[in-house]
Ligand binder design. Structure first.
Ligand code: MG
Length: 295
């Protein structure tokens, strides 16, 4: 397709960009622009003395989802009983890295780590979440190189992904910034690993805090993940509530609209000031930024 200067100007670049996205890439060649903003939060961000109190507050404030902590195995009924009293849904499970065991230089640690991951996927599926957030290794957790870690993941994750699909869940690879993890820092890198795993059970997420450090374009990052993106973490540049510093979300939200994102955006951050006042303020700020995200 020939692209002239007028196309670039009239289409704001979108039409021109679409012309260069090969259909075989599986990415959104044309902006879907039908994404939704469903707000969620980790429980630690929300004030309240009990799980019930926190959920009631979240419902009252207009949240859609609740992000679960890592230790859900054996606690499924407790969480189910609590959420049934509300209109909320569970968004994702913030699981972590298991000390980097799945990609440890000590090969004997990898098998048990894979089993543990499968167990939490089963619980995550039961609770109706979009998936289990997994970080391969924080800095210092493995002595292996980038290339070695990647190879282990591409060799190991497909079988775990198969289990994930069976239990209606998925792994969500989370890229972090270089101060926390030298391996896996960009959303597109996570998406390339997920693509190479060739399993619908292996997907990715993006975290606005880490993205502010590592990405050159929030829009580009989310388009790179495309249909593999199934969770987003919300935090400002200084890792407090969105709106509490200069971090902007419009470009990233345009990316979510572009790929037709249907999952949750979830607070993972500190709070400056009174939580009862600041959290609703941040939610309003995000809805405003979402409205501004237009082509
Ligand atoms: Mg995060």
């Amino acid at each position: 397709m020939h692209v002239n200067r007028r196309d670039l100007l009239v289409g704001g670049g979108a039409a021109a960009l679409a012309a260069f996205v090969p259909a075989s890439s599986g990415l959104a060649a044309k902006p879907a622009m039908n994404g939704v903003l469903k707000l969620s939060s980790q429980l630690g961000v929300i004030p309240g003395k009990s799980l019930e109190e926190k959920l009631a507050k979240m419902e009252q404030w207009g949240f859609d989802g609740v992000e679960l902590p890592a230790d859900i195995v054996g606690k499924e009924k407790m969480y189910e009983d609590a959420i049934r009293k509300t209109k909320l849904k569970f968004s994702a499970v913030c699981f972590g890295s298991m000390n980097g065991d799945l990609v440890s230089e000590d090969a004997s640690k990898r098998g048990p780590a894979a089993e543990k991951l499968k167990q939490v996927l089963t619980s995550a599926g039961e609770l109706g979440t979009t998936g289990v957030i997994y970080v391969p290794a924080f800095n210092g957790q493995t002595k292996l190189t980038n290339q070695e870690i990647r190879q282990i993941l591409v060799d190991t994750l497909p079988a775990i992904g198969e289990h994930a699909v069976k239990v209606h869940s998925r792994i969500l690879l989370e890229p972090l910034n270089r101060k926390e993890a030298f391996f896996l820092r960009q959303v597109a890198d996570a998406a390339a690993i997920a693509r190479d795993c060739q399993s619908p059970g292996i997907c990715v997420m993006g975290d606005f805090y880490h993205m502010a450090i590592e990405e050159t374009s929030d829009l580009g990052a989310f388009i790179s993940a495309g249909p593999m993106l199934h969770h987003v973490h919300l935090a400002s540049r200084t890792r407090v509530l969105p709106g509490q510093d200069d971090r902007q979300f419009v470009e990233g939200f345009l990316g979510l609209k572009w790929i037709g994102y249907q999952d949750y955006c979830s607070f993972e951050c500190g709070v400056k000031g009174n939580r009862d006042e600041e959290i609703p303020k941040s939610m309003a700020f995000l809805r405003e930024q979402w409205a501004q995200a237009e082509l």
